[in-house]
Design a protein around this ligand. Structure first.
Ligand code: EPU
Length: 305
């Protein structure tokens, strides 16, 4: 039975700023996917908490969206309520920085350098938001958020405000208890990181070097979702895709990058189904050739067939 009863739809329509059938393709870096059935942008923690608690009690499905840099949204869109988290404030206190979930990791990397803090330069290679980074323990150049995270504030619907330690968050390689554990459905409002005092100019030079490197090795100017697959232990998904001869493979307007095998590019007009078929072909071929199961890093959301 559908969850769409009159009273639930009436409640949704009382939410200030609610949009219906709102396009999401412009709100994710792949540029792919159908609309959100219901859509809201929220910045204030209290408003987010109230809305999610309301959706949860009414059993209305909801999805939290950050910058949408690691998502493949189905062509038929997302049912229920999509909430885009847009709080972006931050506070530097000594060597600690508290950042709101909607702040971009790249911006936070520059904020840290401006405050003469070191140890967060790796975040210049992380496209998404702080909230998204906690959700999947984002990282780059062999470093990840878990190495600097002190705690994250947020809430779990039904049990209110929480402060989670990294242990409670169960941060693993591109995962956490928020993504696939006991905290599923919980929301991160802000995160606190602990850095080292140092020379901000040096941090900026290192970030410029890392950015140049990334420009050379990744198709960063294209529409993509970052790494498609997780690296299998001790190996690299990009290397495996290349070794299987799959660079340049295509489905419709979705293309395996020639520059980096772990990237799929939307050449313009690719559908989510194109990308999914391409993912499955790569998994099958790498499995057949190297007996290696590639797991997706990108998260598939929405109404799949
Ligand atoms: N390689 C190939 N062919 C390719 C791509 C890579 O042979 O087409 C080889 C490289 O030569 C290198 C190895 O594979 O020896 C690893 O490649 P790379 O240094 O590009 O790093 P990666 O493991 O593919 C990881 C992250 C990226 C992050 C880079 C930079 C994962 C899944 N990916 O990529 O993260 O930017 O390191 O540090 O952990 C993302 O998470 O979205 C992302 C882009």
């Amino acid at each position: 039975m559908s969850w769409r009863t009159k009273s639930k739809l009436d409640w949704l329509r009382t939410l200030p700023g609610l949009a219906e059938e709102e396009p999401l393709d412009s709100r994710n870096s792949f540029g792919i996917g159908g609309p959100a059935e219901f859509f809201l942008e929220l910045g204030k923690a209290e408003a987010i908490e109230k809305t999610i608690a309301g959706a949860k009690t009414r059993e209305i499905p909801y999805l939290l969206l950050g910058a949408g840099t690691n998502l493949l949204i189905a062509d038929r869109g997302v049912e229920g309520l999509v909430i885009r988290v847009v709080n972006r404030d931050f506070h530097v206190a000594g060597t600690r920085v508290r950042a709101a979930a909607g702040l971009k990791m790249m911006r936070l990397a520059r904020i840290a350098a401006d405050a003469n803090l070191r140890g967060f330069e790796f975040a210049i290679g992380v496209p998404g938001t702080v909230g998204g980074a906690v959700y999947q323990n984002a990282g780059s150049w062999g470093k990840e958020l878990s190495e600097v995270l002190v705690e994250a504030d947020g809430f779990s619907p039904g049990s209110g405000k929480k402060t989670w330690t990294p242990i409670e968050l169960k941060l693993g390689y591109r995962t956490s208890a928020l993504r696939e554990g006991a905290l599923k459905g919980s929301l991160v409002v802000s995160a606190t990181i602990q850095l080292d005092r140092g020379d901000g100019e040096e941090a900026k030079r290192l970030m410029a070097k890392l950015t140049r490197e990334r420009n050379e090795t990744q198709p960063i100017k294209t529409k993509n979702c970052g790494s498609v697959f997780k690296n299998p232990p001790g190996d690299s998904a990009g290397r495996l895709v290349q070794a299987a001869g799959l660079k340049g493979l295509r489905e419709g307007k979705a293309l395996v990058s020639q520059q980096h095998g772990n990237f799929i590019i939307n050449e313009g007009g690719a559908t989510a189904d194109d990308v999914r078929r391409l993912i499955e072909r790569i998994q099958a071929e790498v499995g057949r050739r190297f007996n290696m199961q590639l797991e997706t890093e990108v998260e598939l959301v929405g109404r799949w067939k």
